[in-house]
Ligand binder design. Structure first.
Ligand SMILES: N[C@@H](CCC(=O)N[C@@H](CS)C(=O)NCC(=O)O)C(=O)O
Length: 207
């Protein structure tokens, strides 16, 4: 049994989608980051950086923050979604997500969606960087059905960020390989269930 501390954001959805894919039992603990619940002392014990997602594995008492580490942990625990022969490609694209296609798109959400008029410089910087990152992903998916061989934790890490394409001023029709990949993954029942954790905040956007 896994305790999942999460909210309806791309980083949170990575883990709920993963748990749905691998079929482990889990209990959801919503942490409403709009109400600053990530700053409570109890949550800090589990997630020292005050961010969702985090898990506690009741089988062994392990508590983990950082979505990338959680995905690797759950893949190794179950032997699913990280095959040995694709291990390094999976890590490569997982780190691409954790270091770029996540932090940069998160900044795009701030400067293109929430505070559009705050800074023309910042809006432009994150608009251009978002487009560049989508081009990198599009090139990778031109020759590959998924980013690293079979469907894996690397796709699970990337996909929820792509699902916020509207906030990033990205037209997925301009990235035909990303669009094909995005729509295929959106059809997966586990993705549809995981997207609605901890609550239904609307349907998966369709380009
Ligand atoms: N690198 C972290 C980032 C986690 C993160 O940024 N979580 C956001 C939601 S997507 C959060 O908890 N924000 C609340 C805050 O910054 O106070 C991970 O991948 O788990």
């Amino acid at each position: 049994m896994i305790d999942l501390y999460t909210w309806g954001t791309p980083n949170g959805r990575k883990v709920s989608i993963m748990l749905e894919e691998i079929g482990l039992d889990y209990t959801v603990h919503p942490i409403n980051i709009m109400k600053d619940e990530q700053f409570t002392p109890d949550f800090l014990e589990i997630s020292p950086n005050n961010k969702i997602p985090a898990i506690v594995d009741q089988d062994n008492g392990l508590s983990l923050m950082e979505s990338g580490a959680i995905l690797v942990y759950l893949a190794e625990k179950t032997g699913k979604l990280m095959t040995a022969d694709q291990r390094w490609q999976i890590h490569e694209w997982l780190m691409f997500q954790m270091g770029g296609f996540g932090p940069m798109l998160g900044q795009a959400h701030h400067f293109l969606h929430f505070n559009k008029d705050a800074s023309e410089y910042a809006a432009n910087r994150y608009r251009v960087e978002s487009q560049r990152l989508y081009s990198v992903l599009d090139d990778r998916l031109e020759q590959n059905r998924f980013v690293a061989g079979d469907y894996s934790i690397a796709d699970i890490a990337l996909w929820p960020w792509a699902s916020r394409f509207e906030w990033q001023e990205i037209d997925l029709n301009e990235y035909e390989n990303v669009k094909r990949w995005y729509l295929e993954i959106a059809e997966r029942p586990a993705v549809q269930r995981g997207y609605k954790v901890p609550s239904d905040m609307g349907d998966i956007p369709v380009p």
